[in-house]
Design a protein around this ligand. Structure first.
Ligand code: 6GU
Length: 225
């Protein structure tokens, strides 16, 4: 799978894709992440990418030209399944969306900055709009990194048994049960007996019960559907 990320702050996106699971996905050739600096596409002599809002008001707007040229360049090279705008007024991102996106071949993530993009970019190019939560970030970059991470780890071959996505929180609308490692006792706090029992059926039952209990306590909304 190939993910192209369009941003005015490429530096913010360098590190997340160069570590651990995401680095391994790239090394194995399972995922390609390409970061594009929108400023490189500006035909303005000062390489400007933003401008004042028509109608007045505080805050700059990302202009059409550099974004349109960048997207059109990419579209001339390959077909894109989705062109996604990262914005606080997008649809709330959930595991089910990560699952769907992980089945695609080529996607673009456009990071909003300043007040956001000229509305005509949305009308012309954008096929989906995503927000990662009900709070405002300074830009879409960290959100794009979150979305790309959640997709890439689902690609077949990226995770091994130990990191399997099948037992993730949310994958079955349940939170994960508590987990423990050695020592079996720390300052008088003991690991639940059943986990030391070697009885896999009992262990499985314990984990299912704890998952359900935790979900009911912390995220009852997940149990509704
Ligand atoms: Cl995608 N962008 C920004 N700027 N803020 C956000 C967001 C995105 N999702 C939640 N807050």
């Amino acid at each position: 799978m190939r993910i192209d990320i369009l941003t005015v702050v490429p530096d913010l996106l360098e590190s997340p894709f160069n570590h651990s699971i995401l680095q391994r996905a790239k090394d194995k050739g399972l995922a390609e992440v390409h970061i594009h600096n929108i400023r490189d596409y500006s035909t303005d002599k000062h390489k400007n990418v933003d401008d004042y809002q028509y109608g007045g008001g505080a805050g700059m707007v990302m202009a059409i030209q550099p974004i349109a040229d960048c997207i059109e360049q990419l579209q001339s090279e390959r077909a894109y399944d989705e062109i996604i705008y990262m914005t606080p007024d997008g649809k709330l991102f959930e595991q089910s969306e990560a699952n769907s996106l992980s089945r695609l071949k080529n996607i673009i993530l456009l990071c909003g900055h300043y007040k956001g993009v000229d509305e005509r970019i949305r009308e012309l190019f954008i096929t989906k709009e995503i927000s990662i939560g009900s709070y405002v970030l300074s830009g879409g970059e960290l959100a794009a990194a979150v979305v790309a991470d959640s997709i890439i780890r689902l690609l077949p071959g990226v995770l091994n048994d130990e990191t399997s996505a099948l037992t993730d929180s949310f994958q079955d609308n349940l939170l994960s049960p508590p987990i423990y490692t050695r020592p079996a006792e720390y300052k008088g706090m003991k690991v639940p007996e059943v986990l030391l029992s070697g009885n896999f059926k009992l262990i499985e039952e314990y984990r299912e019960e704890e998952s359900y209990k935790r979900t009911k306590e912390r995220r009852p909304d997940l149990l509704k559907d």
